[in-house]
Design a protein around this ligand. Structure first.
Ligand code: NAD
Length: 303
């Protein structure tokens, strides 16, 4: 087809990429066990009974074990005190069998998330939320990078190879997705615009981009008319929208897939794009942490 405006975008299959990454993690985990004489270990702490968090924690645990690592789950009741949670974190910091610690967010309102994240040993902070790791990312030091944006970067590099010199627009400036995504793309020598709710003329800003990463939390906000023909579109959004009467609720991204996929060169679907990458990258970060903590050489770039 010669008319780009009607050409269908290539679909970026995050589900398949994530499966391949988990398989590589499993090989690295077996190698670690042979060298260290113990399995790598990932601890997940869940406070309260939020149903979505329970689902995430369960699937993280299952996939950790499937990759040949130990999974340690700690559950606290919703009315646990912050001091009790901090005591659990301190015990995990001190436990040599634990290489990575993840405290499932959001925490109950009576707890301060920043205080809890600050209590995690930065070298076990596989979510990359500790200010030490935020600073390491900003200054180009080795540390831990938040899983979702690192997963987006992996998909982009897999699709495009070098990103050097490309114009990238990241929509959304959250600490867990937008800001680290902008840092990662800057480190790859993209020219990065970090757009957000106060950005003027967002469609015009997006139209300049070779790479669009949408992390807004607004169903199907980014339209095909905003996309430069041939651009690569990474849709981080996971939004549940109720179906019309008699129809089931469905998951949609922050990008209007139907119109955007007619213009873009490549695009991630929702579901099956960025979503499956997050846990796979968490497992990747955990095996990197295990090698670092045990003082065993490992090429982080191999995963
Ligand atoms: P957030 O609510 O913390 O941040 C949203 C950002 O979007 C804000 O910085 C805000 O400035 C910006 N924004 C809001 N309205 C806007 C508008 N009209 N125009 C431009 N910018 C606007 O959200 P988050 O945690 O970064 O998550 C974003 C989306 O990604 C959500 O849909 C979330 O469910 C999804 N998400 C998916 C994964 C995954 O795939 N595993 C992980 C994290 C988040």
């Amino acid at each position: 087809m010669t008319d780009t405006a009607t050409a269908a975008a290539a679909i970026i299959d995050g589900k398949a990429f994530a499966q391949g990454l988990r398989e590589k993690v499993a090989v690295a985990a077996a190698d670690f066990e042979a060298k260290a004489g113990r399995k790598a270990g990932l601890a997940v702490v869940l406070v309260g009974e939020d149903p979505a968090s329970q689902v995430y924690v369960r699937s993280k645990g299952k996939m950790t074990v499937a990759c040949g690592m130990n999974s340690f789950e700690h559950k606290l009741p919703a009315d646990a005190s912050e001091a009790e949670l901090l005591a659990v974190v301190q015990a995990l910091n001190a436990d040599p069998a634990v290489d990575g610690i993840l405290v499932q967010l959001p925490l109950p309102a009576h707890m301060n998330e920043q205080t809890v994240i600050a209590a995690i040993d930065p070298d076990k902070d596989v979510d990359g939320f500790h200010v030490i790791n935020v600073g390491r990312l900003a200054t180009g030091l080795p540390g831990f990078v938040p899983c979702t944006p690192l997963g987006c970067l992996m998909l982009l590099k897999d699709k495009l190879g070098s990103l050097s010199g490309l114009d990238a627009v990241v929509i959304g400036r959250s600490n867990i997705v937008g800001k680290p995504m902008a840092q990662l793309l800057t480190a790859e020598s993209c020219t990065v615009t970090l757009a957000h709710s106060r950005t003027r003329d967002l469609p015009d800003v997006v139209r300049r981009a070779d790479i669009v990463v949408a992390a807004v939390g607004r169903p199907e906000m980014v339209r095909g008319e905003w996309i430069k023909p041939g651009a690569t579109v990474i849709d981080v959004g996971i939004n549940r929208v109720e179906g019309a009467e008699g129809e089931k609720a469905r998951l949609v991204g922050d990008v209007d897939f139907a119109s955007a996929s007619a213009v873009a060169g490549a695009i991630t679907p929702v579901p099956g794009g960025v979503g499956p990458m997050t846990i796979a990258v968490l497992l990747r970060n955990a095996i990197v942490a295990a090698h670092r903590n045990a003082g065993i050489a490992f090429d982080d770039a191999s995963l």
